[in-house]
Design a protein around this ligand. Sequence first.
Ligand code: ZN
Length: 299
Amino acid sequence: MEAEQVLALGLGVTAPWRLVSQHLDTEKHPHELHLRLEADRGALFACPVCGRACKAHDFSEFRWRHLNFFQHHCYIAARVPRTECPEHGVKRITVPWARDGSGFTLLFEQVALMLAREMPVQVAARHMAITDHRLWRIIRHYVGQALERLDLSEVKAVALDETAAKRGHTYVTIFIDLERKARPVVFATPGKGKETVARFKDFLTAHHGQPGRIAEVVCDMSPAFLAALGESFPRASVTVDWFHVVQIFTRAVDDVRKAEARQVKMPSAVRWAVLKAKERTLTPKQAAALWPNWKTVEC
Ligand SMILES: [Zn+2]
């Protein structure tokens, strides 16, 4: 088997396309492998609108970055035809190895997306040797495509919570579908105020959901959220997340302890002794701080 056949096999090129030349450019660092694909002379191509086999009207040169060939960057070049369909006129075809308008092959994009799922985009971009700007464009395309298919017509119970992004005071509010077992996150938006609830309502409506169908919402006790939910989802009963209730009680107990400590000096172990009193796992020091007559029994 010749080298070109091996490469063609690896690329998965099918008729009428075939690999006609390969060239390793050692002047560049890292080295670049350039592959040229060509369609058989006189081949017919499917009209991108109706699929009818049509003659080529004309050709234009295109180039795509492909997955590395060992440590060398790899590029594919080809002259891509426009078909002349009697019904739809002159249209550029989509080649089988890349999507329209992309400077990368489908395989390259697939690997880039896989990496971006596992690590920060900037790190993934470095591994793929492209700018993070270009990787973001790939991600936005596929995420946008997936979002277009998202069907929220069955959603009737959601939970929302804000989380800090990028370590600081930048917040993102996340909305999850409480009945969706796999990939429950259905919407995420910058901010943590009432505008996030209004944005979710618009998003839900744009994806076949009905605000009037939402019967249950779980959230924290933020007054902004509670007021906005009443406006956007008037039929939903709101449940406050137990984690936030416990958090508020814990803070209140601690405030009382601090206020009392200012009046009467207390042992330092009192703080955790009060917070853990119900758990029965106090250290001897904590127990003694709560009950001065408590004695450690040595076994
Ligand atoms: Zn057509």
